[in-house]
Write a protein that binds this ligand. Sequence first.
Ligand SMILES: CC(C)(COP(=O)(O)OP(=O)(O)OC[C@H]1O[C@@H](n2cnc3c(N)ncnc32)[C@H](O)[C@@H]1OP(=O)(O)O)[C@@H](O)C(=O)NCCC(=O)NCCS
Length: 180
Amino acid sequence: MELTHRLAAASDTAAIAALMDRAIAELQRPFLNAEQIAASRLSMGLDTQLIADGTYFAILEGEELVGCGGWSKRATLYGGNHSAELRDDRLLDPAREPARIRAMYTDPAHVRRGIGRMILILCEEAVANAGFKRLELMATAAGEPLYSTCGYQVIERVERMSGEGVAVPGAVMGKTLDQA
Ligand SMILES: CC(C)(COP(=O)(O)OP(=O)(O)OC[C@H]1O[C@@H](n2cnc3c(N)ncnc32)[C@H](O)[C@@H]1OP(=O)(O)O)[C@@H](O)C(=O)NCCC(=O)NCCS
C-alpha cells in the first residue's frame, strides 16, 4: 500500500507515543546495550510542542501510523516533554540560526522503506519555506546512518545525551540547504 503524509494532530498523540516506544526499544539494539537504551528514554520521545506548532509529520499506510518526525523553529535541539533540562522554547531567527530536525521514528515493522528519508525531505522543504538556510539536530547512534545518507555532517560528538546516569552517545549533525 502507498505511503501518505499529513501534519500530526493532537488526536495522534497516543499512537505516536506507542510507535516511539517500540522504535526506542527495538531499533537501538544494534547500537546500544540494554542499560543505554533504558537511559536513552530520558532524552527521547514525544514533544507535543512540535504538534502544536504544526511542524510534525505523520506518515501513514492506509489508516496505520508507520512513522513520524518533524522540524522545529524553536531552540530545543532534542528531548521530549519530560526532558525539562533540555528544553528551550525560544523562537529561532531564520536569518542567522539553523532550524532543528526533531523526533524521527519509524515503526520497527516498516524500517528501510524510505520513511525516514521521506520525512527529512518534507522537513527540508518546509524549513526552506520558513526562510531558514540550515538545519541541525542531535542524532542518536541509530539515527546517524539515516542522516549521513541524507547529507547531514557530524559537527560534534557527545558522550552523553542526557546529563545523568549511563552514558548514551549522540552526535550534533547539520546540513546547509541548497539555495534554489
Ligand atoms: C532512524 C530511523 C528513523 C530510520 O528510519 P527508516 O524509515 O528505516 O529510514 P529509511 O528507510 O528512510 O533509510 C534511508 C537510508 O538511511 C540509511 N539507514 C537507515 N537506517 C539504517 C540503519 N539502521 N543502518 C544503516 N543505514 C541505515 C540507509 O542508507 C537507508 O537507505 P537504504 O535502506 O536504501 O540502505 C529509525 O531507525 C528509528 O526509528 N530509529 C529509532 C529511533 C531513533 O533513534 N531515531 C532517531 C532520533 S535522532
